[in-house]
Write a protein that binds this ligand. Structure first.
Ligand code: MEV
Length: 308
């Protein structure tokens, strides 16, 4: 048996704007992991909490995974395998589950077939899968999942890693509502096409917010200021129509219970929120309130120093 592992991702800021060349800060979300076991079999089949069956029977939402799996198996001489995916990453919640599942399968297959796998090759496979799954992704999910490092991501530019100078504490909560990344990305595209004068400045402002937040993370983290910037980003994302009532309810709960700032993370329209808090004590208070307020799942997440 061979095993491949991949970690989910969390976008701290810059989602949607990143599709139009603005920067995003994205970090590996180490509390949500995908593990894939690959074993010998007489027929190639797939087993997971979200689908069980042969590759041919895979549903449309797994078309990207199906395509790259078939290509890799062909390359490896059409051998038959059983692919068993075990994931803590909720699907379609803006945490990069599709990229993480793809990365863990590719890693598992390469280990099984005893083939070396470079980061570049893995990125190629994950990007290919993501393009089929999401249309025109910026590539931020794939890069974060493949590198497993906090990234300052700008489309078509060389990758920059971001170093967190101090610990930053976050509370992440899942609305339980599936995120509609594909349609949200398409709709932002329509808004920009139909009224660029109104919407283009919002995209640029989201980029400016990412640039400001980066400075705070890399120097002195002013939690109150970064929180305000995150909430400002949320207001812009609302104007871009990618938020929804389920996200805004959790954001309100986080802010009313002491979070310095909160916003959606990832594609939006369902999915998860991320809130910044001062310390672990505040994180617990916000997490409890989110749980009581109906979040499907809540995680306390720290990044910085020994976490990188
Ligand atoms: C999805 O995790 C992030 C978006 O910006 C889409 C993308 O970058 O491809 C919404």
């Amino acid at each position: 048996m061979a095993t491949g592992i991949a970690t989910a991702k969390l976008i701290l800021c810059g989602e949607h704007a990143v599709v139009y060349g603005e920067p995003a800060i994205s970090v590996p979300f180490s509390q949500a992991i995908v593990k894939t076991d690959v074993t010998e079999a007489t027929e190639t089949s797939f087993s997971s909490a979200f689908f069980e069956g042969s590759l041919d029977e895979m549903p449309a939402f797994l078309a990207g995974i199906k395509e790259i799996t078939e290509q890799i198996l062909r390359r490896m001489g059409d051998k038959k395998v059983m692919i068993n995916v075990m994931s803590d990453v909720p699907i379609g919640r803006g945490l990069g589950s599709s990229a993480a599942v793809a990365a863990s399968i590719v890693r598992g297959l390469y280990v099984y077939f005893k083939q070396p796998l470079t980061e570049k090759e893995l990125l190629h496979w994950v990007n290919q899968s993501e393009k089929i799954a999401h249309g025109k992704p910026s590539g931020v999910d794939a890069v974060t999942v493949v590198t497993g490092k906090p990234v300052w991501f700008e489309k078509d530019k060389s990758l920059e890693l971001i170093h967190f100078n101090q610990k930053a504490h976050f509370v992440v909560a899942d609305t339980g509502v599936p995120s509609e990344t594909r349609s949200a990305v398409l709709d932002v595209g329509h808004l920009l096409q139909n009224d660029p004068q109104l919407y283009q400045p919002m995209i640029i402002k989201l980029g400016d917010i990412s640039r400001e937040i980066k400075k705070y993370f890399e120097t002195n983290l002013d939690v109150a200021q970064v929180g305000l910037l995150m909430t400002e980003a949320q207001k812009l994302l609302e104007k871009l129509t990618v938020s929804d009532a389920s996200l805004e309810k959790l954001i309100r709960t986080a802010l009313e219970n002491g979070a310095a700032g909160a916003k959606l993370t990832g594609g939006g329209r369902g999915g998860c929120i991320i809130s910044l808090v001062e310390n672990q004590e505040s994180a617990r208070k916000v997490a409890d309130a989110l749980q009581r307020g109906g979040a499907a799942r809540v995680w306390i997440f720290t990044i910085g120093e020994d976490n990188q």
